[in-house]
Design a protein around this ligand. Structure first.
Ligand code: HEM
Length: 265
């Protein structure tokens, strides 16, 4: 995968694309999810949460041109699988079979993807649980999924936040958890010697790494923290749990999931 001039690459953005394509799911009525490939249409293309993901969708167009039989819905999710594996992460069980819709009429309402900050810490913790429980995940799976933040970075022109979470944003590892427990995280007040005017975020002592309020929630809540501490110590366990949770995320609401076993290409 091509590395961009600013030191970042598309790995992180592909993983985020696959997660945002899938994370609209609600188990209450089986709506949302990656089936349909609707992020290329209004309204999902214009949601604030999806800002910047056009970069990833556009980068996949040559693949779609080469394999026209592959649906956008499969392509957007498979891009995340390939990014995780190419970056040194675990094998992710994956099956094709998603179909495309021809417009965004069946998109769920905006607001199903998480906010990184709900003001008070307890409100942020509750919000994260509400969002992921709606999809059918438990606390352990939430913490495992968040480990993807070892990859990629925040962009001021997309989310308003700045910076990478880890020292190796193109390598899939358990670094996110190690940094959460080992570093001292304080509110960011300056950026490049000037006052920080962006949304509330946290930085390490060097000022080069970041955490969102929702990441800090992972060590502020004792149930979440338990898993953070485990994954910080045991990368194999993290890889195993991430693989299962990510495969589940990408298949939420997809009709094949109930009847057809996942398989590897
Ligand atoms: C990036 C929030 C969960 C993977 C981001 C960004 C935000 C964010 C604000 C920065 C976007 C930008 O400026 O480009 C959150 C919140 C979450 C969450 C609030 C839940 C509480 C997840 C999950 C995954 C994930 C479950 C995958 C399993 C990523 C990746 C990036 C990212 C890889 C880097 C994107 C890039 O480099 O372009 N996230 N996220 N996130 N997120 Fe999350």
């Amino acid at each position: 995968m091509e590395k961009r001039g600013d030191g970042t690459s598309l790995y992180g953005t592909f993983i985020r694309l696959s997660w945002h394509a899938s994370g609209t799911y609600s188990k209450a009525d089986n709506s949302g999810g990656s089936n349909g490939g609707r992020m290329r249409f209004t309204p999902e293309a214009g949601w604030g949460a999806n800002a910047g993901l056009k970069v990833a969708r556009d980068a996949l167009e040559p693949v779609k041109a080469k394999f026209p039989g592959l649906s956008y819905a499969d392509l957007y999710t498979y891009a995340g699988v390939v990014a995780v594996e190419e970056a040194g992460g675990p094998i992710i069980p994956f099956a094709t079979g998603r179909t495309d819709e021809s417009d965004g009429k069946a998109s769920p309402p905006d607001g199903r993807l998480p906010d990184a900050d709900k003001g008070a810490r307890i409100a942020t913790i509750t919000h994260v649980r509400d969002i992921f429980y709606r999809m059918g995940f438990n606390d352990q799976e939430i913490v495992a999924l968040l480990g993807a933040h070892a990859m990629g970075r925040c962009h001021t022109d997309r989310s308003g936040y700045w910076g990478p979470w880890s020292n190796a944003e193109n390598t899939f590892s358990n670094e996110y958890y190690r940094l959460l427990v080992e570093e001292r995280w304080s509110p960011k007040v300056t950026h490049n010697g000037k006052p920080w005017t962006g949304p509330d975020q946290y930085e390490d002592a060097s000022g080069q790494l970041m955490m969102l309020p929702s990441d800090i929630a992972m060590i502020a809540d004792p149930e979440f923290k338990k898993w953070v501490e485990l994954y910080a110590k045991d990368e194999d366990r993290f890889f195993n749990d991430f693989s299962k949770a990510f495969a589940k995320l990408l298949s939420l609401g997809v009709p094949f999931a109930a009847t057809k076993p996942w398989y590897q290409f």
